[in-house]
Design a binder for this molecule. Structure first.
Ligand code: PLP
Length: 457
């Protein structure tokens, strides 16, 4: 194809959409196993049955199956909002005066406003297919709670969402959207669980935290007959479902005879980035290609760039299995940052291993720079990005500016994970010049590391 005739938006037909997810672990060296927090012994698949639906527990542990069929009902669900467009950022390129070609995969075209619906659909489907009676989860910023409420209402499954109390109060319309889809939403900490009542007794004025909401959701699921718990990021199963992002991107790039030199994504728990890079990392691990891969995280919550590669809990309540990952310690509470979806102490074990093995890079960035990039992008490309997504925009712009200096016409691909309509308080504080950058000191981080569980490995 004539490179000058590449359209702004490259859409796949329904026939070209993936019919299988790709399991990157099949092409990686083995991950360190999940450990039982009580015994310190490696977990077996059955150990996860009380928490997760069986099919999902299987996916969590399965490192052997390279391609996993996407159930037809999930494929049909995807067709309501996918394929998502791959967009050539012609106007941003012009604005930056760069010879680089910038492409982005836009996942914000659904009501949740993010990529999270890709895994929510799969998790709700498997839970319903297994005859479960309902699901519980937590949500911080609200995107995951919305996505799961959409999927559960579609597949006919009751859902209880524990929403961190301060977000519940600050984002009343998130709550209304979740309720519109029929889910129950409870501000956390609450008096509906033992752990919630204990926290309320000790700290009556607390506004909650993600770790506390996770602990409540897990307790509710394991103490209610027929209920299971679901999580929207970090887990291997979530990265598997999100591989649909990377697979679609690769097919769309093939149609225009392109291959990325650099792939950039934001990293909170690592699910969108893990999904975006999956087939490209396959090429890298099998020696077929060698793209650079860059994770961008907030300077206020720098799990890869300043964290430790160690066994840690996935929640603050210390009830989940132990995973080996880059972590700031499960007690680390990141300072206020407007990219709620990136405020997580740990990182996907898959991405953690790839980073540890030198297969990818990571940078961290202060939020004022992120909102500068977000505003520039909105004006050039007319999409109002989520603050989380704007981390990837910042990273991609940095790469494009490097190309301007070197004169190289590299191909850059980045993940635009969502839209920012519920984040206008943050945008307003940026415009009013009231936004501040919080960067933890080494001493702050040491406090988190000192609480890491002692595990022989
Ligand atoms: C949740 C979220 C993220 C971060 O989660 P990952 O699991 O790291 O992908 C990024 N962008 C948006 C819009 C989100 O909602």
């Amino acid at each position: 194809m004539n490179k000058n005739s590449i359209p702004h938006r490259i859409y796949l037909t329904e026939d070209q959409m993936p019919k299988q997810w790709y399991n990157l672990r099949a092409d990686m060296d083995a991950l360190p196993p999940l450990l039982n927090p009580g015994t310190g012994q490696p977990l077996k698949e059955e150990d996860l049955y009380p928490i997760f639906a069986k099919a999902l527990a299987h996916q969590e542990m399965d490192a052997a199956t390279r391609y996993v069929d996407i159930p037809e009902a999930v494929q049909d669900f995807y067709k309501m909002y996918r394929p998502s467009p791959l967009i050539r950022a012609y106007n941003l390129e012009k604005y930056l005066d760069t010879p680089a070609k910038i492409y982005y995969k836009f996942e914000g075209n659904n009501t949740s406003g993010s990529h999270k619906l890709n895994s929510a659909a799969a998790q709700a489907y498997y839970a319903k297919a297994e005859g479960l009676k309902g699901l519980t989860t937590e949500t911080g910023a609200g995107q995951w709670g919305t996505a799961l409420a959409e999927a559960c209402s579609f597949f006919g499954l009751p859902l209880i969402v524990y929403m961190v109390k301060c977000s519940y109060e600050q984002k009343p319309f998130r709550k209304s959207v979740i309720q519109t889809f029929g889910a129950d939403i409870i501000p956390s900490p609450s008096d509906t669980t033992e752990v919630g009542r204990a926290i309320l007794k000790a700290h009556p004025d607390t506004t909650g935290s993600l770790g506390c909401a996770i602990s409540e959701a897990v307790e509710k699921a394991t103490s209610t007959e027929g209920y299971r718990y679901v999580l929207g990021s970090v887990l291997n199963q979530v990265l598997l479902h999100q591989s649909v992002i990377g697979l679609e991107s690769m097919t769309a790039l093939e149609l225009i005879d392109e291959y990325p030199d650099v792939i950039v994504g934001c990293a909170g728990g690592g699910s969108n980035l893990g999904g975006l890079i999956a087939p490209f990392m396959r090429d890298k691990l099998t020696g077929k290609a060698n793209p650079r891969i860059v994770a961008v995280e907030p300077a206020s919550c720098p799990s890869m760039t300043r964290g430790r590669y160690a066994y840690d809990f996935c929640d603050t309540g210390r009830v989940t299995p132990l995973a080996k990952m880059y972590t700031l310690g499960c007690d680390f509470i990141p300072s206020a940052n407007h990219a709620g979806g990136l405020r997580y102490h740990g990182m996907s074990p898959i991405l953690s291993k790839l980073y540890h093995d030198g297969q990818m890079e990571a940078i961290s960035v202060e939020q004022t720079k992120v909102f500068e990039a977000a505003t520039t992008f909105a004006k050039q490309e007319t999409i109002l990005p989520a603050p989380e997504s704007a981390h990837a925009i910042y990273g991609a712009m940095q790469e494009a500016l490097k190309c301007k200096e070197s004169g190289e016409a590299k191909t850059i691909l980045f993940g635009l994970t969502g839209t920012g309509y519920f984040d206008m308080v943050a945008y307003q504080s940026f415009m009013d010049k009231k936004m501040q950058d919080y960067i933890p000191t080494d001493a702050d981080l040491e406090r988190g590391f000192s609480q890491l569980p002692k595990v022989e490995d």
